[in-house]
Design a protein around this ligand. Structure first.
Ligand code: HEC
Ligand code: HEC
Length: 343
């Protein structure tokens, strides 16, 4: 298989945030040397920024990602919900924003998002750069008007100097989005047991995970939607979690206004999925086993869904052992840096 993903440069996913900063690879880059490089002021250069500038921007983005300065009461950072130890997702069905406000959707992982073509469960943002202002302004997340966020950054000696150095001016919506995106683009993972198996290490997967892999592709039909290196088609699909009643999030339909899109959500990638419970746009399933049990017979869970994809019409007929095998396969997608057993 041709591998397109570059090797992830995440240095510190499993450890606490504070230690994380110390281990982060970008912290080794000498800042003084950077500042002396001509491309460090990209507003005066053409083409893509030099590697050193890209890395310095990612480092600025990392600081911003972990800094509560972007929330109205200075208590919530991006990492309050996108927690490093859960593959930059949250372990609660819905996360708490400022003042304990609750949203309505489950916090997805921001890892492995470099190749994505839309963001949010309903795809309403088209790039990571564009996405960044939404959580800052969202009243149930960080609740800070973007102008105020920029004022704070430009009044802060460190941030104002860094934006000047790396973007040639004060922080703007665009440069703030760019820095946060640059950091998130470093969060690619490519070293899981599954990856090693794909590269020819036959022992990297347990017999159960190998059986699960075949079931995932064939009998259970998962790969028709969860395809490619990050296990997503990047399309919107309706797997039946919308009935217009207690399950009333229209998802993509609320963005396009088309009734046939009601109940469609972005197919999530599945790398590190064992760490990102609970699952689905609303966090309704607590475990991967429950997820697979759902797919095995969706009507048992939601019998009155609207617009459910025809591929899910017939129960899959998976045995209990086969369900376990698919779960074992999903667990093999966890990056080595998250594995405490070192295997
Ligand atoms: C209060 C919790 C919370 C905070 C704080 C938060 N997020 Fe999120 N994030 C979410 C939720 C919930 C979603 C899904 C929302 C949706 O789909 O409508 C999300 C979605 C995303 C996505 C889209 C991922 C995908 O796969 O589609 C990105 C990227 C992201 N957030 C980055 C950030 C950044 C950057 C910050 C800080 C500036 C941030 N988030 C702050 C909860 C949060
Ligand atoms: C028709 C397309 C489709 C098929 C087939 C499909 N999925 Fe999904 N999958 C999705 C969509 C869309 C979502 C998000 C749905 C939602 O939140 O309402 C999803 C969500 C998930 C999640 C939750 C991920 C998270 O971060 O919350 C897992 C795990 C998952 N699928 C695994 C599987 C497995 C295993 C199979 C096969 C048994 C499968 N999927 C078959 C489209 C599909």
């Amino acid at each position: 298989m041709q591998r397109r993903k570059s090797n992830g440069r995440l240095g510190c996913a499993v450890v606490a945030t504070v230690t994380c900063i110390a281990y982060f690879p970008f912290s080794n880059i000498p800042l003084a040397a950077d500042a002396s490089q001509p491309a460090a002021n990209p507003s005066q250069s053409t083409g893509a920024p030099a590697v050193s500038t890209r890395e310095a921007r990612a480092e600025l983005g990392r600081k911003l990602f972990f800094d509560p300065i972007l929330s109205s009461d200075r208590t919530i950072s991006c990492a309050s919900c996108h927690k490093p130890e859960f593959a930059f997702a949250d372990n609660a069905p819905v996360s708490k924003g400022v003042g304990g406000a609750l949203g309505t959707r489950n916090t997805p992982s921001v890892m492995n998002s470099t190749a994505r073509v839309s963001f949010f469960w309903d795809g309403r943002a088209r790039s990571l750069e564009e996405q960044a202002r939404f959580p800052i302004e969202n009243p149930v997340e960080m609740n800070l008007p973007i102008e105020q966020a920029l004022e704070r950054l430009n009044a802060d000696p460190y941030y104002s100097a860094e934006f000047q150095r790396l973007y040639g001016g004060p922080a703007t919506v665009k440069s703030l989005g760019s820095a946060l995106a640059a950091f998130q683009k470093t969060l690619e993972t490519t070293n899981s047991p599954y990856d090693r198996y794909q590269l020819g290490d036959d022992d990297a997967l347990s017999p159960a995970a190998k059986r699960g892999r075949l079931l995932f592709i064939d009998k259970a039909n998962c790969a028709t939607c969860h395809a490619g290196e990050d296990f997503t088609s990047d399309r919107f699909e309706n797997i039946g979690l919308y009935n217009g009643k207690e399950l009333n999030d229209r998802g993509r339909g609320a963005i396009t206004g088309l009734p046939q899109d009601d109940g469609m959500f972005k197919v999530p990638g599945l790398r590190n999925v064992a760490l990102t419970a609970p699952y689905m746009h609303n966090g309704m399933f607590a475990t991967l086993r429950e997820v697979v049990e759902y797919y095995n017979d969706p009507d048992r869970f939601v019998s009155d869904s609207i617009n459910r994809d025809a591929k899910l019409d017939k129960p899959l007929g998976l045995t209990e052992d086969e369900i376990d095998d698919i779960v074992a396969f999903l667990e093999s997608l966890t990056d080595d840096r998250f594995r405490k057993d070192g295997k």
